[in-house]
Design a protein around this ligand. Sequence first.
Ligand code: DUC
Ligand code: ZN
Ligand code: ZN
Length: 472
Amino acid sequence: MSRTLIAGGTLVSATGATPTDVLVDGEQVAALLVPGGGDAFAVDRRIDATGLYVLPGGVDVHTHMEMPFGGTESSDTFETGTRAAAWGGTTTIVDFAVQRTGEVVEESLARWHAKAEGNCAVDYGFHMVLGGVDEDSLEAMDSLVAHEGVTSFKLFMAYPGVFYSDDGQILRAMQRAGDNGATVMMHAENGTAIDVLVQQALARGDVDPVFHGLTRPEAMEAEAVNRAVLLAEVAGGTPLYVVHVSASRALARIAEARASGANVFAETCPQYLYLTLEEHLGAGGPGSFEGAKYACSTPLRSGRESHAADLWRGLRTDDLAVVSTDHCPFCFKDQKELGRGDFSRIPNGMGGVEHRLDLVHQGVADGKLSLQRWVETCSTTPARMFGMYPRKGTIAPGSDADVVLYDPRGTTRISATTHHMNIDYSAFEGFELTGAVRTVMSRGRVVVDAGQYTGSPGHGRFVRRGLSQYLR
Ligand code: DUC
Ligand code: ZN
Ligand code: ZN
């Protein structure tokens, strides 16, 4: 067993920042020591963390590697996507295994295991998308929770004919989750109403990417969030986690449910904190297809309204508990281009798994978020929310030695020419951010250091998750 001492750094956790030395033994954290306290131990390697933050590895609980969607497949494989995650200081992902209508849930899960096993650079778990709620899939929920370490299920109120569940199906899945302890994750947009708006826009000849956002208005997200909150209440208080929240009114409904004491939780993603409908989805103006790079659902919101400021506030108040990426990359060439002349055919999604820690740290640099809250929303809470704590999400004796050394005075310049994701553009091209990942350790192994990747496919292991540890 090899021993490493990380000395001279400032340990940043969800509760504070303290000068601390960290002793790693094999794959786990062995001890936290006062500065200099590690000098008494014989170690194989000493990492100098002077001037650096030492934080628990990032936990991104919303990614889609090699996912068939929108007539194509997301462009990062488990190998390329988890390597990019490692570059950005994310040491655990939770990806979505997908059951489509008519498929057997256990077989779908097995397919996703086959894609990931032996290929991941960092540890990974799975949520299960239920594309067809029926007696068999309800039974499968019990079995995945009890035996497979899959304890969260995503349902869609959007995409009729693809992943869509109606209210009765949602209620039944929530009731089942209420019984077996699982968390229901919700894509909250009113898909049947949106489809009407989409058809009307196309009939008018409004085909540019910006109409992707204009046909998915804030009200459609807020309405669906409201319905999901009330269905979870009717189901007896099943834990509900709303994914990719982008709009002020959706957030307000979540805040209201939380103020009433409900087990309602939510995430947002960096794209909603930084990018807007006008500047990005509408890039290039009428006739331009540039905005296709920014087509994701829920969509980017208007920069003339207060969405981004409200989302930052939600992160401060815990109405938004988590920042994930919804990493679902499609190359511009040949993939996004499927939607030229018809925005409804643009594959929905953006790549971002590599830059979440930096983009949220910029909020710390700008005074929008505390240092502790950065670690809490990007690592500790996602680990607790999805049953991985304290193995993940903290640096404590016995936890996995997933550690990031972060230079708060460094600079990260985002560009498709330098990023490691398998995507031919960056939604954050040209961003210059305060802070930089210097060293990344995954279960005791240094996988990124001083601009070099030292990991390997297959190092990452499947994480069997327990029930949520974040319930109230
Ligand atoms: N929802 C997601 O969560 N990811 C990709 C596309 C979508 O609609
Ligand atoms: Zn979604
Ligand atoms: Zn997603």
